[in-house]
Structure formats: structure tokens, C-alpha cells
Design a protein around this ligand. Structure first.
Ligand SMILES: Cc1ncc(COP(=O)(O)O)c(C=O)c1O
Length: 287
């Protein structure tokens, strides 16, 4: 089956799906995006993703002509057309196509593109046993990383540094505070308490983060949304990360040093049970 993409209302073969060279997303990173998990052909946490997309558009004053209902329909149409039951759907809205000029163009429609790519979620269950490693990098991003823009160069460089070091992720550290990963939220566990950086302007409010907090609290686990230091992370009992493409993964080493006993701990296992049960509840997906 050929790969298909959505561009401003049309579903096209991937190879023919493109935006104009003067798209503001390319020139200025003047665009926002979402990535959603598709499991068993169904989109996980679709509503929260839509809410975050709308909020980000509002923060940047980008208007999107298509309403939530038709947008959902188009997203589902594209998923069905691609025929993958396990996938990620990427949606990007830029401020539109206009002669290059920093100020906003006048009445220019935004550009909406969507792509779907097959994704193996079962690998994330296997990684629960092995755990993953992270390195640390200085957080040198701008001051509004709560807005999910395509301006991701610092994240790209941090992720590449992790790759070069043979690690899964780079945790971004500001002063001595661990904020989040280059594309994931960061967590530690100490004395049974689950700790993650609070939302605000310094982290992306992850959908997986929010979902995990809800699930953990419903299971009577204690979650503290507060900044934590790198020293705390290094002396934590357990650590983990969350994101749409990695709903929960144990972090067993930070900068080469083992976290706790260097193995997946009981709190992460308990949380993973809750997270994957929620995936099954929403989508019916099971490994
Ligand atoms: C910087 C950053 N933090 C956290 C996340 C996790 O967010 P979500 O759970 O919505 O995928 C992402 C996802 O791409 C991200 O880019």
C-alpha cells in the first residue's frame, strides 16, 4: 500500500505531498505540531492532543480554518488510507505561505499537513525489562518551550548527543534542575514518591505525563510536581521517562551512573501496568 499524506485538504502519495518553499514553518519554525499514537487503528488521547494543539495555535495567533470535528475525520481518514493499525500520526500547522518577512503576513491561510508512519509499540514493552539510558545536556532552549513549535534545533542537537553517546535520550538541565528530555518528560522516584517538573513555561506539558499523573493518583500513588536536581536524580530509587512514542520507559543510567540498583524498579513496573492498561482500555491494543 503506498504511503499517503494530507496537505491542506488533500490526501496525496507521500512523494507528491509538499509545501511551498515560502512556508513559514520552514523559514521561521513558525508552526506548531502534534504527534499522536495510533494503536489498534485508534488514536490514543485524541481529545487532549486537540486541546493542546488549539492552545498552542492560540498562544501564537495562528488560525486554523478546519474545526475539531472535520479535523478528527481527516486524521482518521488518513490513518485508514495508510492501513497501519500501529502508527504515529504527525500533524503540523504553520502560519502559512508568504513572501519572507518576519512580521505576520496579512490574510494568509495556515498550512495543515499530516503524515502517518508505522510504529512498533511492542518494543516499548520489551524495553521495560532492559531499561534505557540517558545523558545530560544544558537546556539552551527559548523561554516558551511549553508551546509545541517545530523550532526544535536545541532538541535535535541534544538527541544527537545522546545518540552519539549510545544513550536513548538527553535530559535537559538548567542550573542544577532537570527539566525534561529532548522529546520526553523526565521523572524520578524517591521513597515511594513520584516526582516530575511542574508545568509552566519551562517544559512541554506532555500528554503522556498528564495521563500518568491521573492514573498514578487514582491508584493512590503520590505524585509531586516540583523541580528536582540532577543530584536528586542520581540518588533516586528509580527514574523514568514518558512520551507519546514511549508511554513509560525506565531510566537505569544517567551519564553512565546507575539509578538505584541499575534495574527496572517496582514503582515503574506498577506505573507501566497502569499505563498499558489505559492504552488497552482506550484502544483495545495489547502486545
Ligand atoms: C520536549 C518534549 N517534552 C515532552 C514530550 C512528551 O510529550 P507527549 O507526552 O505529549 O508526547 C515531548 C514530545 O514530543 C517533547 O518534545
Amino acid at each position: 500500500m503506498p504511503q499517503l499524506a494530507y496537505v491542506n485538504g488533500r490526501i496525496l502519495p507521500h512523494a507528491d505531498a509538499s509545501l511551498h518553499v515560502e512556508d513559514r514553518g520552514t523559514q521561521f519554525g513558525d508552526a506548531v505540531y502534534e504527534v499522536c499514537a495510533v494503536m489498534n487503528g485508534r488514536i490514543l488521547d485524541w481529545q487532549p492532543h486537540l486541546v493542546r494543539l488549539r492552545r498552542n495555535l492560540g498562544e501564537l495567533g495562528i488560525s486554523l480554518a478546519i474545526a475539531d470535528g472535520p479535523l478528527s475525520l481527516q486524521a482518521r481518514r488518513l490513518i485508514a488510507a495508510n492501513g497501519h493499525s500501529e502508527a504515529i500520526i504527525y500533524m503540523q500547522v504553520s502560519r502559512g505561505t508568504a513572501r519572507r518577512d518576519h512580521g505576520f503576513p496579512g490574510a494568509t491561510p495556515s498550512n495543515l499537513v499530516m503524515t502517518v508512519r508505522r510504529f512498533d509499540f511492542a518494543q516499548r514493552l520489551r524495553q521495560l525489562d532492559t531499561g534505557i539510558t540517558v545523558i545530560t545536556q544544558r537546556d539552551n532552549r527559548w523561554g516558551r518551550v511549553d508551546i509545541k513549535t517545530t523550532g526544535l534545533l536545541p532538541n535535535v542537537l541534544a538527541k544527537q548527543a545522546a545518540k552519539d553517546a549510545g544513550a536513548f535520550e538527553a535530559w535537559l538541565v538548567a542550573g542544577d534542575t532537570v527539566r525534561e528530555g529532548s522529546s520526553t518528560n523526565a521523572w524520578i522516584v524517591k521513597d515511594g514518591r513520584i516526582i516530575t517538573h511542574p508545568t509552566g513555561t519551562a517544559i512541554l506539558p506532555g500528554i503522556a505525563r498528564d495521563s500518568l499523573i491521573t492514573l498514578a493518583r487514582a491508584a493512590q500513588l503520590v505524585v509531586d510536581e516540583r523541580p528536582f536536581t540532577l543530584a536528586e536524580a542520581l540518588s533516586a530509587d528509580e527514574a523514568f521517562l514518558t512520551s507519546t512514542t514511549a508511554p513509560i520507559l525506565p531510566v537505569v543510567r544517567i551519564d553512565g551512573a546507575p539509578v538505584g540498583n541499575g534495574r527496572t524498579g517496582p514503582v515503574v513496573r506498577r506505573l507501566a501496568d497502569l499505563v498499558w492498561a489505559e492504552v488497552a482500555r482506550q484502544t483495545g491494543w495489547r502486545a
